[in-house]
Design a protein around this ligand. Structure first.
Ligand code: SF4
Length: 384
């Protein structure tokens, strides 16, 4: 036996073993955790918009209107680290764009320092990327990243072409997008095999609602550890897209629950179905979601435990709800102070309910505005 060394089977980017694994029981992005812990909403999560550049122009993109062709300089990182240091209860950061990895310079000078900072403080991190760029770009940051979050709404390359480039304003050949589609799938699989937690998000919308089962299968084949599902709410850039009915949404979710791979964590979010609702079918779905193993419904973090910081202007947003302009600026204010101002805002108070039995802390503002304009959630109670 002398000289025998066991092969190192640990994937190269597996998270350090002293970090709590992210599981349905431990999702530090869910605002219900901080609400339970502190008895009130607290700022535990900061999202950074690190770029307005992107190689795609997805038709549903929530920030499509703000995408640009050139970029101004970022704010100094020492200001950002100081502002993060001041957030007392910080548990997670998320990095978003645009496509955050579009320029290698952004990867090295912005993403890497932010991820290293988070790891050094035991703060969990997520990067939202389309993973269509060269793998070497992801290798730079993967050792420090907790969740690689990708969008996946396709069953084949032609879906990717239509969804991702229809609004690019220039003609992009189907061959070129097919190569990107392949690369995205290869990168996702490779990241999964290398030990990165890849979470793929699909939107239930007019294109996908009857294809979710096929989409789910491909996500499982890419080795993703989690499948996130959100309904698409046609707002701003996506406001001209057709809307599906709640009935269609429910059918899509029920069919997905029937056919899903039970080993893959399914996370639903921003659903318009609540335990205080009176519709029998909707209540049945809420109960089913609560009872299914390896399935969670995440409460919406925006404005509950999270703010968004624009890394160019310093503006702080509390939600992407259209009626709310920036609520403060990191150049002159602490993030905890900006968050405290928002907690007193009438719009936040309108949806500030909490039913412990349902593990629910109220609807997303967009959902409430779209479906429940006349409803005062603070007067409702969970029926389960
Ligand atoms: S927390 Fe609010 S939305 Fe959720 S079940 Fe209770 S009253 Fe309804």
């Amino acid at each position: 036996m002398h000289g025998f060394t066991a092969p190192n089977l640990r994937p190269r980017f597996a998270p350090p073993s002293d970090l709590t694994p992210l599981t349905p029981e431990y999702d530090p992005w869910d605002p219900i955790r901080s609400l339970q812990r502190y008895g009130r909403h607290a700022l535990t999560s900061v999202e950074f918009t690190v770029t307005h550049l992107c190689n795609m122009r997805c038709e549903h993109c929530a920030v499509g209107d703000s995408l640009t062709m050139t970029e101004s300089p970022h704010l100094p990182m020492d200001l950002i680290f100081r502002r993060l240091d001041e957030v007392e209860k910080l548990e997670t950061i998320s990095l978003t764009g645009g496509e955050p990895t579009f320029r290698e310079e952004t990867v090295r000078e912005i993403l890497l320092p932010l991820l290293k900072y988070a790891r050094s403080r035991g703060i969990r991190s997520q990067l939202n990327s389309n993973v269509t760029l060269d793998y070497s770009r992801y290798e730079i940051i993967a050792p420090y990243l907790d969740v690689m979050h990708i969008s996946f709404n396709y069953t084949e390359a032609s879906d990717f072409h239509q969804v991702g480039f229809a609004r690019s304003g220039r003609s992009v050949s189907a061959n070129a997008t097919a190569r990107l589609y392949e690369r995205m799938m290869e990168n996702a699989l490779r990241l999964s095999n290398d030990g990165v937690f890849v979470s793929a998000e699909s939107m239930i919308n007019y294109r996908t609602h009857d294809k979710m089962n096929e989409i789910h299968k491909l996500i499982v084949e890419m080795g993703c550890q989690r499948h996130e599902v959100h309904p698409m709410y046609p707002s701003s850039f996506a406001s001209n897209l057709p809307v599906i009915t709640r009935e269609q949404m429910m059918d899509s979710i029920n069919s997905l629950l029937d056919s899903r791979d039970p080993n893959v964590w399914m996370l639903f979010g921003t659903l318009p179905f609540f335990a205080c609702g009176s519709d029998e079918r909707e209540l049945a779905l809420v109960k089913r979601l609560a009872a299914e193993p390896n399935v969670t419904v995440r409460n919406d973090p925006d404005g509950r435990n999270r703010v968004n910081v624009n890394l160019f202007s310093g503006d702080v947003y509390v939600t992407d709800f259209a009626a709310i302009p920036p609520f403060g600026n990191v150049k002159s204010e602490k993030l905890d102070d900006v968050f405290a101002k928002w907690q007193d805002h009438s719009l936040q108070k309108k949806v500030d309910c909490h039913c412990p039995s349902a593990g629910c802390c109220g609807p997303n503002l967009l959902v409430s505005d779209m479906y429940f304009k006349e409803v005062d959630f603070t007067r409702r109670r969970s029926l389960i």
